[in-house]
Design a protein around this ligand. Sequence first.
Ligand SMILES: Nc1ncnc2c1ncn2[C@@H]1O[C@H](COP(=O)(O)OP(=O)(O)OP(=O)(O)O)[C@@H](O)[C@H]1O
Length: 281
Amino acid sequence: MDKYTVLHQIGKGAYGSVYKVACRNTGKCLAMKCHNNEGTSVSESTVRELSCLFSLKGHPYVVDILDCFVSEGRIATIMTYHPYTLQRLIYNGRGCPRSTPLSFVASFSVQIANALSYMHGLNIIHRDLAPPNVLLTDDLVVKVADMGLSRNAVKWMSSTVVTEPYRAPELFVKDVTAQYTCAIDMWSLGVLIADAMEGKPVFLSKNVKGSKVSTYEVILKTVGPPELSDCKPAKAIISRLLTFSRVIRMQILQCAWLRVRHRNNLVCIGSSCVLHQMKVI
Ligand SMILES: Nc1ncnc2c1ncn2[C@@H]1O[C@H](COP(=O)(O)OP(=O)(O)OP(=O)(O)O)[C@@H](O)[C@H]1O
């Protein structure tokens, strides 16, 4: 802790508090997350988060962990600091509709898809892909963050994961555990893209004439993908992600992986594939 000076708090979530800090040696601004304990012990979510962050270390579109130590009885992790979140860029920070340039939608979706394809290849499911957890650098490069719910996929897992508007239909079950796959992250990606095109969250629970319509009911009532201006290619991508078929959802990434393996250039091939489909280059 002696190595860092706390500047101010950036955020507080269910699993800890995040601070902007400065490294005393280099003067560089970094982010420090102080993880909450479970009673007096380190929580399982902290162990999972650290394990996932170390497995994904070095990926260009995943937040980089730089240091880890115990401070006042809590685990603290030092990460690269990123000034923006997708939440702030696509909703204006206040939930206001705002139209997101198509080129930015294309670039962030390809970068998230690349991060997910890497995670899924390691059998890691993110389980909380939502706009506040997608950080961006000054140059708008994606850094997927918040691995507090991420874990290695097994047959039965908790169904109470993912921020509700980004939750795949197979997670809306009454049981506390469910059988699901990496395809839940692909649904979340589809919602992120649709939200950015619409400028507002597309699957929000709402009150209609005094009665609550749940997110799941909103999903069921949405016939086809949400109306998305006149961008047919984007619509096609979204409808392959926002489908009840987990197999179709995964195909969009497998297709990208094949191209990547074939030509050995992950970012360019991924980008040109989606950008061409969206007709922005
Ligand atoms: N490396 C970082 N750089 C800048 N801001 C960050 C960084 N990491 C996290 N944050 C900010 O802090 C907030 C909380 O961080 P994080 O999501 O990791 O905590 P959490 O307790 O797991 O939250 P949640 O309850 O959403 O799961 C994030 O939404 C983000 O705005």
